[in-house]
Design a protein. Structure first.
Ligand code: FAD
Ligand code: SF4
Length: 474
C-alpha cells in the first residue's frame, strides 16, 4: 500500500470523495422520489481514481459477500463498465440494491485504508453507478445456465435471501419456484424500505431478471397455512429453502398502545410502500396522516417511518429513543438525511404510557428522561430512568419501530424444525442446513433482523450446500 501511495503521490490523497448529488432537503421532504440522483460518468471516474488498488484490500474483508472491490473499481477507471458489473455479479446478485442500502460505513467502506486519514472510497456509490448503468442501458443479456438437473427446489419467501438462492440454483440447472405470502415479491425491499430510498422498479427489475432465467413465482401463498411445508415434498420438491424473514412487530408494552393512531412500523410502512397509501386516492389504502408524529426507535426502520410521516404532510416528526446518539443503530446516511429533513430527536427518552381522547385517538405520550448506566449484554450502555423527570409529548400519530421477531406461522406448523427460544430457525452457519433433511434456512429468520447483504450471504452459502445435496446427497 505504501508503495502505491508513493507511485501515485498526491493524486489519490488530493482528490476528495465525490459528493453524491441529491434532492434538496426542503423539496424532497414532501415527495417520495429517490433522494440521491446517483453519480454521472464524470463523478464515477473521479471517485474510482481515488482507489489505491491495495495489494491486500481490507475493504473486501468488510464486505459480507467479498465483492472484488479493487477489481470492479479498476474496471470503472478503464471505462469497462460491463466488465465491472460482471465482476460484481460474481459475488452479489443485487448490486443496485446493496449500493443503496448496505451500511457501508460499518462494512466495506469502514475498512478502506483511505478512511484512516480522510474519507473512504465511495464503494457503495460506485457499485450503484455500474448497476444502474447496466439496468438502464445494458443489453440485458442472460448469463449461461447449466443443463436441467430434473430437481425441483421450493424457495419460501422472496426477500433478498430467497432471491439469492433462486438466482444461484436456476443457473445450476435446477427447477426453482418461489412461494411468497404477499401479492408482490421482494420482501422488506418492497414492503419495508420506502421508495425514496430504494425505488421499487429496481427490485422488480431484479425479480424480472430471475423470471427471465426461468424462476417461477407463486404469490399470495402462505407456506404453513395455504400449503404445508410437508406438502411441498409431496408435490415433488426435492429441497426447500426458508427465507421468511423476521416481520413480526415488537411493541413497547406500555398502557394505551392500542389507541387509534398508533401503528407498528411494519403496518405503517407496508401500508405506505406496498399498498401505496402515499398515492391515495389513486391507490385505495387509508393511512393516518398525523400532524404531530412520535416515532419510537432509532434504527433504519424508525428513520424510514419518520421520513415517511414527514412526506405524508406532518408538521413535526420526532424520533424518541431511550439511549444516546452514539447507540443509534441506523445507517449514518439515514440519520444525516433525516436531520436535514427536519426530523427532531428526543434522545435518552423512554415512554411510560400513551394518552387518548374520548374517541379513543392518541393525543400524547408521557415519557421519562434516561441516563446511560453500565453496558448490557449487547455491550451498549443501558438506559436508566432519571427520577422525577416525567414529561409529556403531544402527538396525533405514533409509530413503534423498536424491532421485530420471528413470525411463527410456518415454524409452528412444521414438525421437526429446530427453533431457538426466540422462535428463530436453527441452521448451520456454514451451510444453512436446518435440523430437517432437505430443508435449509437463512436471512433474518435465522439471525434475527440484520441486513440485506447478510441475508444474501446466507442465501449464497445455502445454495452451494443445496446444490451439493441435489447432485451428491445430504
Ligand atoms: P425479508 O426481506 O423479510 O423477506 C421475507 C419474505 O418472506 C417476505 O416477502 C415475506 O412476505 C415472506 N414470507 C414470510 N412468511 C412467509 C410464509 N409463511 N410463506 C411465504 N412467504 C412468507 N438492511 C440493510 O442492509 N440496509 C437498510 O437500509 C435496511 N433498512 C431496512 C428498513 C426497514 C423498514 C426494514 C424492515 C428492514 C431494513 N433492513 C435494512 C433489514 C433488511 O431489509 C433485512 O435484513 C432483509 O430484508 C432480510 O432479508 P430476508 O430475505 O431474510 O427476509
Ligand atoms: Fe460494500 Fe455492500 Fe457492495 Fe459489499 S455488497 S461492497 S458491503 S456496498
Amino acid at each position: 500500500m505504501e508503495d502505491r501511495m508513493s507511485e501515485k503521490t498526491g493524486k489519490n490523497d488530493q482528490v476528495s470523495r465525490q459528493p453524491m448529488p441529491e434532492q434538496k432537503a426542503e423539496i424532497r421532504k414532501r415527495n417520495f422520489e429517490e433522494v440521491p440522483f446517483g453519480y454521472n460518468e464524470e463523478l464515477a471516474l473521479k471517485e474510482a481514481e481515488r482507489c489505491l488498488e491495495c495489494k491486500k484490500p481490507s475493504c473486501m474483508n468488510g464486505c459480507p459477500v467479498s465483492v472484488n472491490i479493487p477489481d470492479f473499481i479498476k474496471l470503472i477507471k478503464e471505462r469497462k463498465f460491463t466488465q465491472s458489473i460482471r465482476k460484481i455479479w460474481e459475488r452479489n446478485a443485487l448490486p443496485a440494491v446493496c449500493g443503496r442500502v448496505c451500511p457501508q460505513e460499518s462494512q466495506c467502506e469502514g475498512q478502506c485504508v483511505l478512511g484512516k486519514k480522510g474519507a473512504p472510497v465511495a464503494i457503495g456509490n460506485l457499485e450503484r453507478y455500474v448497476a444502474d448503468l447496466e439496468r438502464n442501458s445494458g443489453k440485458g443479456e442472460l448469463p449461461p445456465k447449466a443443463k436441467p438437473t430434473g430437481k425441483k427446489v421450493a424457495v419460501v419467501g422472496s426477500g433478498p435471501s430467497g432471491l439469492t438462492v433462486a438466482g444461484d440454483l436456476i443457473l445450476k440447472g435446477h427447477d426453482v419456484t418461489i412461494f411468497e405470502a404477499f401479492h408482490k415479491p421482494g420482501g422488506v425491499l418492497v414492503y419495508g424500505i420506502p421508495q425514496f430510498r430504494l425505488p421499487k422498479e429496481i427490485v422488480f427489475s431484479e425479480v424480472n431478471f430471475l423470471e427471465r432465467l426461468g424462476v417461477k413465482l407463486e404469490a399470495n401463498v402462505v407456506v404453513g397455512r395455504t400449503v404445508e411445508l410437508d406438502e411441498l415434498f409431496d408435490q415433488g420438491y426435492n429441497a426447500v429453502y426458508l427465507g421468511v424473514g423476521a416481520g413480526l412487530p415488537k411493541f413497547l408494552n406500555v398502557p394505551g398502545e392500542n389507541l387509534i393512531g398508533i401503528y407498528s412500523a411494519n403496518e405503517y410502512l407496508t401500508r405506505s410502500n406496498l399498498m401505496k397509501a402515499y398515492l391515495f386516492p389513486e391507490y385505495d389504502t387509508p393511512i393516518v396522516k398525523g400532524k404531530n408524529v412520535a416515532v419510537f426507535g432509532a434504527g433504519n426502520v424508525a428513520m424510514d417511518s419518520a421520513r415517511t410521516a414527514m412526506r405524508l404532510g406532518a408538521d413535526t416528526v420526532r424520533i424518541v429513543y431511550r439511549r444516546s446518539r452514539d447507540e443509534m443503530p441506523a445507517r449514518a446516511a439515514e440519520i444525516h438525511h433525516a436531520e436535514e429533513e427536519g426530523i427532531e430527536f428526543s434522545l435518552l427518552t423512554a415512554p411510560l404510557r400513551f394518552t387518548g381522547d374520548e374517541k379513543g385517538r392518541v393525543t400524547g405520550v408521557e415519557c421519562l428522561r434516561m441516563e446511560l448506566g453500565e453496558p448490557d449484554a449487547s455491550g451498549r450502555r443501558s438506559p436508566v430512568p432519571v427520577e422525577g423527570s416525567k414529561f409529556r409529548l403531544d402527538c396525533d400519530l405514533s409509530v413503534i419501530a423498536v424491532g421485530s421477531g420471528a413470525n411463527p406461522i410456518l415454524t409452528r406448523s412444521t414438525e421437526g424444525l429446530g427453533l431457538t427460544k426466540w422462535g428463530y430457525i436453527i441452521a448451520d452457519t456454514e451451510t444453512g442446513k436446518t435440523t430437517r433433511k432437505g430443508v435449509w434456512a437463512g436471512g433474518d429468520i435465522v439471525t434475527g433482523s440484520a441486513t440485506v447483504i447478510l441475508a444474501m450471504g446466507a442465501g449464497r452459502a445455502a445454495s452451494d450446500s443445496m446444490h451439493k445435496y441435489l447432485t451428491l446427497g445430504w
